[in-house]
Design a protein around this ligand. Sequence first.
Ligand SMILES: [Zn+2]
Length: 224
Amino acid sequence: METDKLEQLRKIVVRGAQEIYAKGLVEDGEGNVSVRVNSNEILVTPTSTKYDLLTPDLIVHMDLSGNVIGTGKIPSTEVKMHLAVYKDRPKVKCVIHNHSPYVSMLSILRKNIPIIMEQQLIFLGGEIRCTEITEAHTEEMGVSALNALGRNNAAILANHGAIVCGKSLDHVVRFAVILEKLAKVYWGALQIGEPLAIPEENLEEHEKMFTSLFASYPRRLRSS
Ligand SMILES: [Zn+2]
């Protein structure tokens, strides 16, 4: 039974990876997708993923301390950031990291995305913040990502790309697509003029939808 569940989850990781590849959010060799197996284990794409050639047996099984379970596989070097999110957020079932073009452009400007569209609040939780600059592939990047995430499901990684998390792979693929679209719209609007954020008083219902349907932040942040 346990083996069946693992096999299913391996296929889910492959599906997620192929979806973000098909949607143009990653190129070969970059980005990573992981899903939670249980309270102490995840499955994650291997280092330097070739998306067209990815198969369930190439997915890496590891514990939250970073130890690979089984042999012969090397996880993504960026897995430390995924592990930090899983350790901090028990509700999170999937994490995706990518270098999608428009998010990457904003990441170089270290720009936050103010709340410019309702769907941003419903699915991602609000203003999208950019992290402090940290070295990629380190634990510090995980800490910095958590700080920028706050109660949200998405953040921009300074001079790097995007991190998105949530309660299912389907949610998180959708969030990654929405984040890239928002970054593109914001970038475009900045070329024309000064984008205007949606006033707080127009957002109450959307915030309720986020909290009840999509939020993945830990309980301790609930009332802060
Ligand atoms: Zn990266």
